[in-house]
Design a protein around this ligand. Sequence first.
Ligand code: GAL
Length: 902
Amino acid sequence: MNTFQSLEIDGPHGPVPVRVYEPAGPAGAVLVWAHGGGFRHGDLDMAEAEMVSAELSRRADAVVVSVGYRLAVGGVRYPVPIDDVHAVWTWVTGRDDLPARRALGGASAGAALAVSTVLRVPDNQPDLLLLAYPFAHFPTPTLGHGRTLENIEDMVRNYVGRISDLPADALPGAARLDGLPPVHILLSEFDDLRPSGELLERQLREVGVPVEVFLAPGTTHGHLNRPHDVPDAVDASLGFLAAALRAPRPAPRWLRRAGEPRIEFGADYNPEQWPREVWADDVRAMREAGVTIVSLGIFSWARLEPAERRYDFAWMDEVVDLLHDNGILVDLATPTASPPPWLTTKHPEILPVDRDGRTVWPGARQHWRPTSPVFREHALRLVRVLARRYADHPALAAWHVSNELGCHNVYDYSDDAARAFRVWLRARYTNLETLNAAWGTDFWSQRYGEWEQILPPRHANGPVNPTQQLDFKRFSSDALKDHYLAERRILREITPDVPVTTNFMVAGPINEMNYPDWAAEVDFVANDHYTRPGPQSRDELSFSANLCGNLIAGRPWFLMEHSTSAVNWQPVNVPKLPGELARDSLTHVAHGADGVCFFQWRQSRAGAEKFHSAMLPHAGTTSAIFEAVTDLGARLRSLSFLQSIGRTPSRVAVVIDYESWWAAEQDSHPSDRLRYRDEALDWYTALLDLGVRADVIPVAADLTGYRLVVAPILHLVPAALKQRLEDYVAGGGHLVTTYFSGIVDENDHAWPGGYPGALRDLLGVHVEEFAPLLDGESVTLTNGAIGTLWSERLAVTDPATKVVAGYATGGAAVTRREVGGGSAAYVSSRLGPQGLSLILDDLLALAGVGSELPPDLRGRVELAVRGPVRFLINRTAEPVDLSSLPDAPPSLPARGVVVLGV
Ligand code: GAL
């Protein structure tokens, strides 16, 4: 039995009965709540009042004041119910013994009353509104089956006395909604009034009110009144409301663990692939290697839920206990990356569809549509059950949501994706006119007259509208992020003190997920990195590790996966050379990683990854790999003091912009050979060759601390970015950019007036036509650099612009415009690391940045600084003599790392 206190509050029509529900502990918020019932029915005993209030109070640590407002019966009409809720709101907000965080909310007609009340109190607004399946409009937008217009008319006539000329605040969707506080809307899936809630959502977004929506799957209108019929859905709905209501706590930023600082060390652990007898051996060897944490259960859905709603946690309980008993933390995965056969058999509609309309069948993993409501429902149910089960387990240190979201299912062209894409587009463009303008649909007769006509960029007989393609990339990144957020909402609700993350793939050419945009949503950045063979393989690792540390500036991050040796997914899978395992791991640490984990702990005997290396290989604990792993564990222990000390920033930055990356590599361009990341990496390599430390930063990062900013192929430049770059240079900063930069705005429309578009004036140059080079063609520059891929006929348009290097055949190739103390330089061809070093030498001198390494070490050694220590990483396959550094050992072994200052 829930306890509450019954009170009567004075109102303009006499006393208003309320029930006040108090949480067991200190309250962080207060909610005034109005039940539903069409303004005519309902009371304080109904589940929607009683159960909801008690549960929200308990789950959100909130005082909930449930209002027994006067019903529209016996001559009572609008606005009496609003007057009553208003009176209670005034009473609550006048008390200073109640928490400062205040919310108003209600269900159905009660939701309308909550909004109507807020409209009356512009100077006494709540912090948020909680609306369950709101009945907010008349006439209602469209009705699902079940309820007739007469029903609705009757309800409204009963409430207001008429159905025409309604006061705007009676059904408040008709009122001015700007200025409302953030609104959280709960919708029932099969609700004849759902269109009213959805219209309200669109109206609020249109006027800039933040809205969060949760769709309770499988429910009908008023489902909070039926906790016994749809317990899971009611549970989830209450969870949504409670999470919004609960006073925000500072998110945990690192593992939930006590004890001394340390660098975490471990792997993905997949005990479900092994008989139970092996588990004890595993844990013994983990201790020997110095493992501190494992990511558990990533692909265990079929084991944890072998049939729908039939759960088997016994084995996982045993593993988690075993790990805990051995002092090993658990980074527990929500096992939603790979749906089990029972789910895909029952619901093949969750399977993704590719661009050509082919179903992506099960057989591998990640065969699910990010936008499938059916998948979402099943995944979230399991997440909730899992989170409840392990919430208080002392081994639980972090949540690992799904696995590499988007690794295999980022682009889905299904009907679910089409529907969700339209919703996303409506939020971005509000109306079709704006969308038609942004997409340039007058080209090739693509003008849209209805939202329903819009599709994902499915297989077509020629290049698909470029803005449609770009928006689909934006949408697809957002759709996966949305899935992450849906899981996180549940995890935060049940375990607010456990950090939530998901493993990114900042590595090589992977660019589909806009991680700078995702980073704000993870409690700490986690990354998976695998090297790919090639001359810049090692530099690429450093580049990616560096970016990870700048996704959330100044915070430690976690290397969630890399490999001890060969992978299995390259055409030819070459093992690592001696020293490489430690060098790769320590390079991540040098760039701020506070955790070093591998895929995986024990090499699989079966399955597609049986030839992928692991910490414990097929060869067992006597192997060279296990020895190298154990040595690394010891080395990391010696660096424990580094935990939470961020990498020391440099004065040079290479800017990464995922939107430019997407836009620059679209089809129908001057050259399909252009590779954004290759150009960016070349600059990073050139800086390493010169012995200069550089940061790799997202384009939105603060530039002001950098003396030199390199922005390669900054193709997509909205007006605000143009301004930021101009301000940076005007403030004395030195900017250098390259071919195909500044060309388009956020809609992928060319900036008019010639190239480099938005950056033309800043750079003081003008290009009429691009002159990309054919395969095998090259151009020579007057400074000796060789250009490939691209060239331009570049005209200098400003007297302050100097030609730094020309094309040997004539015309400027590299320019620099001096602006006050700053400058803006332009490189019009692909020069590769060697050619770029020639340019950078001068630019660095101008920016007043030099190498921190003695001349004999520059290029052969990478330097990274982390607080009190300096990492020296051998970039070569030879030992490097360190005698020019007084505090260093005599030599840096081939592929070795030395840490100075320990
Ligand atoms: C990652 C994935 C792991 C494993 C690994 C192999 O992409 O998260 O589960 O497959 O690759 O390199």
